[in-house]
Ligand binder design. Structure first.
Ligand SMILES: Cc1cc2nc3c(=O)[nH]c(=O)nc-3n(C[C@H](O)[C@H](O)[C@H](O)COP(=O)(O)O)c2cc1C
Length: 175
């Protein structure tokens, strides 16, 4: 039985929800999965896991700096195991920006790190204005207006293609 670790970086919980779905898919393939937030990951022994996945969302154009630090500090262990990375952002709701080769955030991220994840994915995220602070809601609505996305302050849209998430779950399950 394989022993997976999924590390997530989330602000509003959506990346964690994606990780939970991946966990379900992998467990259906008879492997064990542990989920941990990037903020807690220093408390565990990475070498006790056979396969490592990292998922992180974008906020104001960036992944959490803690994700970069974790990767830089743990490159040898990451490289020594089957591994994968995925990014969650709302730009990926656009068909022309929803693959690892076309998503600007994932492309930039890969240029900034020395790690070359063995499997990659990008998933469109969620917009839920009522969850955001006044300022965040204002800015995101402005960005959505410019990029032809939803601007209604009651918007609660999940752009994630869950079939794509499940397919990625099968890919990483087999790596
Ligand atoms: C304050 C804020 C800033 C965001 N900035 C971006 C951004 O710059 N580009 C983008 O594509 N998505 C952006 N998003 C969308 C998030 O990536 C999306 O909501 C995602 O589902 C969040 O995942 P999380 O809940 O795991 O953090 C932003 C969302 C919020 C609330």
């Amino acid at each position: 039985m394989n022993n997976f670790l999924i590390i997530y970086s989330t602000t509003d919980g959506h990346t964690r929800d994606i990780c939970l779905r991946l966990k379900q898919v992998i467990e259906n393939e008879h492997s064990q999965v542990s989920l941990i937030s990037i903020d807690q990951v220093s408390t565990i022994e990475l070498n006790s896991f056979e396969k490592i996945i990292i998922g992180a969302s974008i906020r104001y154009g960036k992944h959490n700096p803690g994700v970069y630090q974790f990767i830089q500090h743990n490159l040898p262990v990451l490289d020594s195991k089957p591994n994968a990375f995925f990014s969650v952002n709302v730009v990926a709701r656009k068909p022309e920006k929803n693959t690892p080769d076309t998503n600007p955030y994932l492309k930039k991220f890969l240029r900034q790190i020395s790690w070359k994840p063995k499997k990659l994915a990008v998933f469109a995220g969620k917009i839920e204005y009522q969850k955001y602070s006044f300022w965040d809601r204002f800015i995101i609505r402005l960005i959505m207006r410019i990029t032809h996305g939803p601007t209604d302050p009651n918007t609660n849209i999940d752009f994630t293609n869950w079939t794509q998430v499940e397919e990625f779950g099968k890919v990483i399950s087999d790596m």
